[in-house]
Every structure is written in structure tokens, then in C-alpha cells.
Design a protein around this ligand. Structure first.
Ligand SMILES: [Zn+2]
Length: 383
């Protein structure tokens, strides 16, 4: 294995408080040495140690790979017509998630893997080097288990989301579906999953049902996270705090008590502005969360219904323009924040020992991620 020195870095985001340079740990005129898939050294280029190979990035900015901590990538079909109807103001009557569930059940494992793999590749090309993938479009024991088996071939960050919605065939008996989820479905899925999740919102699962699913998942050795307070105010965030969930995701409708609960319980608020953008909904109050001292992450929520973007740079731009996060706060949330949301210390940071997951920008500063929205300036470094 050869060591590689990345030199000529105009601006390096380390997210390492020990590096100085504010909350992003910025170093100008920097170098990074990579060895055996890990960061071996970080500092000013003038002090860089020798390496077997040198790559000069000619003044470009470099940052840790984006950590996309919330994505639904295992599905078949798309819902472009539903999106067009929503944008035209047509009230959407039926279909929705059930359309994706039917297509996913009908797809082969190979088709599901090809679809999810295409999206992971798309993400990598835009700088996402760590991606979480949920199940949740199978909603039978067999289809949830094979969705997670597909996801596990693409990432270690797999999440069992059998409690996404009650499937159409059990719409009249949600209690039976809840028993299935926390019983045989969990047993079949736990070997392929690191996390357990539930959609705690109106039209999905109430607090008691979500608590039952998360508690069962935790007893099976999975770590809890939760879809909370997306569609309206509700008990999700408080439940996440009560159970010690690592992350509460969406957080679009929060009270002051909700924000205090997140802060006091140390729950990461993972914000998904692509969903608000794509459903033309009000954005979460990122400022209130940050000002209260809550750890904020940004993720894409990539899914065929409410946020079919795979682009973390797009989410950074939305966070700055629409949620009044500073560019530094948004970049930190998309990297170190995502790592916190996945309880990872080896990604989202460039310091000795961290994974060699780097983004090289076709720009001199991280500021360009929000300043040049929609322009493909971010690429994961592929060695
Ligand atoms: Zn989601």
C-alpha cells in the first residue's frame, strides 16, 4: 500500500477543533497524507511529511466526505407524475407510497440492487462517502428482509423501517401489522440492520406504536432513530428523547419544549430540507435548534415520493438559503453532523485515524457549495 500526499489544498475543512480555524477547523495552504485507507497526517503544506505519491490539487478546497444519514434507496419505479401533479396544485388522491410498495414487491433482488447501487454511485459522484439506507417499501417479512440484504451490500449503515406505513392489505388491522413488525419481521431483518426506525407522524404510527417498535428493535440489538414531527406537531421528538434515540429526523414542526428535549437528551436533529423543497412545505427552524445548542445534521431523505434528490451540496444550499444556516454551519451539519447522526467518529472529520473519505471541490472555498447552487463542483476523491 502506497502513502499519498494530497498537496496544494487552498482551503482544508478538517472539522477537527484541535486544528484551530474555527468550528470547521480550517487550514489554508494545507496537505493531507493518506495511508492504507486512513488519514495519516493533516497540516500546513510547508510541514507535510514525505509520501510515496503526491497529488497536487492546485488550490482547490478539500473537505471530509459528506455523510448522508437519511436515505430510502431500496425501491422500484418512480413517482414523477405525482410530483408534477403536486407542483400543479392538483390534489393527489391515491397511490403515494402504496405505488412504490407495489413496485418494490414486484421487483427482483437484482433490480432492487441495481436501482439502489445507481443512487449510491450518484451520491458518491456528488461527494457523499457515507450513506445510510432504510428499508420500508417492502412491508412484508420477505420484502423487508430482502430490502435490507440489498442495502447491506452497499453500506454498513442499514436501517429497519418496517414501521414506515401500514401496508394496504392490513389497513383495517394496524394492530396486526404492528405485531408483525416487532415480531417475525424484526427477527428476519435484525441480522441485516444496524438501526431501527419508525415513522411517528399523523397517518403513520402514533407514539405508543412507534415506542413498541423501537423498544423491540433495541432489545434485538439495534440502535434507535426516528422519523419525527415532519407533517405536523406531535409526540415523535419527545419519544426520541425518552428512548435515547441517536437521531430525530425531519423535526419540521417543533415546540420550545421539543427543542429543549433534543438538547437535554443529546439527540441529533437530522434536517431534510429536500423534503420541504419537494413538497413545497415550510422548512424546519434550524436557527432555533442551533441557537439552543442541539447538534444538527443535514441529509437528503432521498426517496421517490417526497425528496428524489441524491445531492448533499443541494441540501447545503437549501439550508443556507432557506433555513438561515451559515455556510459553515451547513457544511459542518452535512459532514460532522451526519457522522454524529450515525454515531460514527471515523467519518465527517479529517484527522489522523479517520477514514480517507475526502471531497475535492472545483472551487477555492467551501463557501462555493452554497454560493454556486446546482453546479457540480463536489466530487469524492477516488483513489
Ligand atoms: Zn425518511
Amino acid at each position: 500500500m502506497v502513502s499519498i500526499a494530497l498537496t496544494g489544498i487552498g482551503e482544508l475543512v478538517t472539522n477537527d477543533p484541535g486544528a484551530g480555524g474555527g468550528p470547521l477547523g480550517l487550514i489554508e495552504r494545507a496537505a493531507v497524507v493518506l495511508d492504507a485507507g486512513r488519514v495519516a497526517w493533516v497540516g500546513p503544506a510547508s510541514a507535510a511529511p514525505d509520501a510515496d505519491q503526491r497529488i497536487d490539487v492546485a488550490g482547490r478546497a478539500v473537505l471530509p466526505g459528506f455523510v448522508d444519514a437519511h436515505a430510502h434507496l431500496v425501491f422500484a419505479g418512480d413517482r414523477a407524475a405525482e410530483f408534477a401533479a403536486r407542483m400543479a396544485g392538483t390534489r393527489y388522491a391515491a397511490g403515494g407510497i402504496a405505488t412504490t410498495v407495489a413496485a418494490t414487491r414486484a421487483a427482483t433482488d437484482e433490480e432492487l440492487l441495481a436501482g439502489a447501487g445507481r443512487l449510491v454511485t450518484e451520491m458518491l459522484r456528488q461527494g457523499s462517502t457515507t450513506v445510510e439506507i432504510k428499508s420500508g417499501y417492502g412491508l412484508t417479512v420477505r420484502d423487508e428482509a430482502r430490502s435490507l440484504a440489498v442495502a447491506a451490500t452497499l453500506t454498513p449503515e442499514t436501517t429497519f423501517l418496517g414501521a414506515h406505513v401500514v401496508p394496504p392489505e392490513l389497513a383495517d388491522d394496524p394492530a396486526a401489522y404492528l405485531d408483525l413488525v416487532r415480531g417475525p419481521m424484526l427477527a428476519a431483518c435484525a441480522p441485516h440492520a444496524r438501526w431501527v426506525d419508525a415513522f411517528c407522524d399523523r397517518g403513520a404510527f402514533d407514539a405508543d406504536a412507534a415506542r413498541a417498535v423501537l423498544t423491540a428493535g433495541m432489545a434485538a440489538g439495534l440502535l434507535p432513530r426516528l422519523h419525527a414531527n415532519q407533517l405536523g406537531p406531535g409526540p415523535g421528538v419527545q419519544l426520541a428523547a425518552e428512548l435515547g434515540a441517536v437521531s430525530a429526523d425531519h423535526c419540521t414542526h417543533l415546540t420550545g419544549d421539543d427543542i429543549a428535549a433534543l438538547r437535554d437528551a443529546g439527540v441529533v436533529a437530522t434536517l431534510l430540507p429536500g423534503a420541504e423543497f419537494s413538497t413545497r412545505s415550510p422548512y424546519p427552524d434550524a436557527r432555533a435548534l442551533l441557537d439552543a445548542g442541539v447538534t444538527v445534521a443535514l441529509a437528503t431523505d432521498c426517496n421517490p415520493g417526497s425528496s428524489y434528490t441524491s445531492s448533499m451540496p443541494f441540501c447545503v444550499a437549501l439550508a443556507v438559503r432557506e433555513m438561515r444556516m451559515t455556510p459553515a454551519e451547513a457544511v459542518r451539519a452535512a459532514t460532522a453532523g451526519g457522522a454524529a447522526s450515525l454515531r460514527r467518529t471515523d467519518v465527517g472529520v479529517l484527522a489522523p485515524g479517520a477514514r480517507a473519505d475526502l471531497v475535492v471541490l472545483e472551487a477555492p472555498s467551501y463557501l462555493h457549495l452554497a454560493y454556486r447552487p446546482g453546479v457540480p463542483i463536489a466530487h469524492a476523491l477516488e483513489l
